[in-house]
Design a protein around this ligand. Structure first.
Ligand code: TYM
Length: 326
């Protein structure tokens, strides 16, 4: 059995990009391995957040994990800020990280582009992410394609630590979906679908009402052709919609292409919206029940206790090896 760790930021409401790229795999992996899934609220504050919005988005993300099928008796579900070892190992990892490594991170470049002032936390963010992973000596990290670079840095830091302080950390591997590791915006297929995009038409939130989902899909940008064909190079918008379709209908790309041959985009988009609604509506129903019951707080408390047991043991060992007086 392997150990799995992953997390999502509560800097907005979760989108179908988060669901396809990562959350679906969380649900799958819980049946096979020992799993830790957190909401990374400490990461969320690396860009300014309103306190009330942060609280709501954090609770919402945790409830959506459960509503999507994560069983808190199988996997530990918790908030990053509830397990103090994350912040502490995050600091220790920052001291092992080189400025040049952080300067190369494309997520930092994207998020800081054009800003007059950028928080230092946005810059050191990857060191905290490395700590998140290494605290659990995790083997598999279910993530979307955009996190690959952060994971490579995590491996570099693990190597660096092991070289200086003796072999200790496991080398984590990314676990990504074959299709859909990078779901693109509905209004611009050159950009990743993102929960922090100011245009809500660019993404489908997991909590969007069915009427909103239908409207967003009908307005999603396509091209001037009429062939439903997976060709990311020449037909990026349609290919993106096919990836989404494939996940929500559990159909292969080839099956989808065959189904809509010669039919144009109209019926394809209409069916896509219905597949999205068919999967998301029951999740939304469970989500409302979970929020109303307040059970999420007990789940998060139990999850944090389970996580802290593992994380604190790692932190203690790391501090010993680094020369701290214990
Ligand atoms: P975040 O919050 O941006 O996204 C959460 C997860 O969703 C995936 N994802 C996508 N996948 C496909 N298409 C998209 N458009 C899309 N948008 C997001 C992300 O790849 C991610 O897996 N740094 C991380 C959070 C993090 C973390 C960790 C992840 C912090 N510590 C430790 C794994 C392990 C992030 O910003 O994800």
């Amino acid at each position: 059995m392997k150990r799995v760790l992953s997390g999502m930021q509560s800097s907005g409401f979760l989108t179908i990009g988060n669901y396809i790229g990562a959350l679906r795999n969380y649900v799958k992996l819980q049946h096979l391995h020992e799993c830790f899934f957190m909401v990374v609220d400490l990461h969320a504050v690396t860009v300014p957040q309103e306190p009330a919005a942060l609280r709501e988005q954090t609770e919402s993300a945790a409830a959506l994990y459960i509503a999507s099928g994560i069983d808190p008796n199988k996997a530990s579900v918790f908030l990053q800020s509830h397990v103090h070892a994350h912040a502490e190992l995050g600091w220790l990892m920052t001291t092992l990280t080189h400025m040049g490594e952080l300067e190369r991170m494309t997520q930092f470049k994207d998020k800081s582009a054009g800003k007059d002032s950028v928080g230092a936390g946005l810059f050191t963010y990857p060191s905290l992410m490395a700590a998140d992973i290494l605290l659990y000596n995790a083997d598999l990290i279910p993530v979307g394609d955009d996190q690959k670079q952060h994971l490579e840095l995590t491996r570099d830091l693990a190597h660096r630590f092991n070289n200086r302080f003796g072999d200790y950390f496991t080398m984590p591997e990314p676990y990504m979906p074959e299709v859909g590791a990078r779901i693109m915006s509905l209004d611009d297929a050159s950009k990743k679908m993102s929960k922090s995009n100011p245009n809500p038409g660019s993404y489908i939130a997991m909590l969007d009402e069915p009427s909103v989902i239908r409207k967003k899909i009908s307005r999603a940008v396509t091209d001037s052709g009429r062939e439903v064909k997976y060709d990311p190079q020449n037909k990026p918008e349609v290919s993106n919609l096919i990836s989404i379709y494939s996940h929500f209908a559990d159909m292969s790309v080839a099956e989808i292409e065959a189904k809509y041959e010669g039919q144009g985009y109209g019926p394809f988009k209409k069916d896509l919206a219905e597949h999205l609604v068919a999967v998301l509506e029951p999740i939304q129903q469970r989500y409302r029940e979970i929020r109303a019951s307040g059970e999420i707080f007990d789940i998060l408390k139990k999850g944090a206790e389970e996580a802290a047991e593992v994380a604190n043991a790692t932190l203690l060992e790391v501090k010993k090896r680094m020369g701290f007086v214990i």
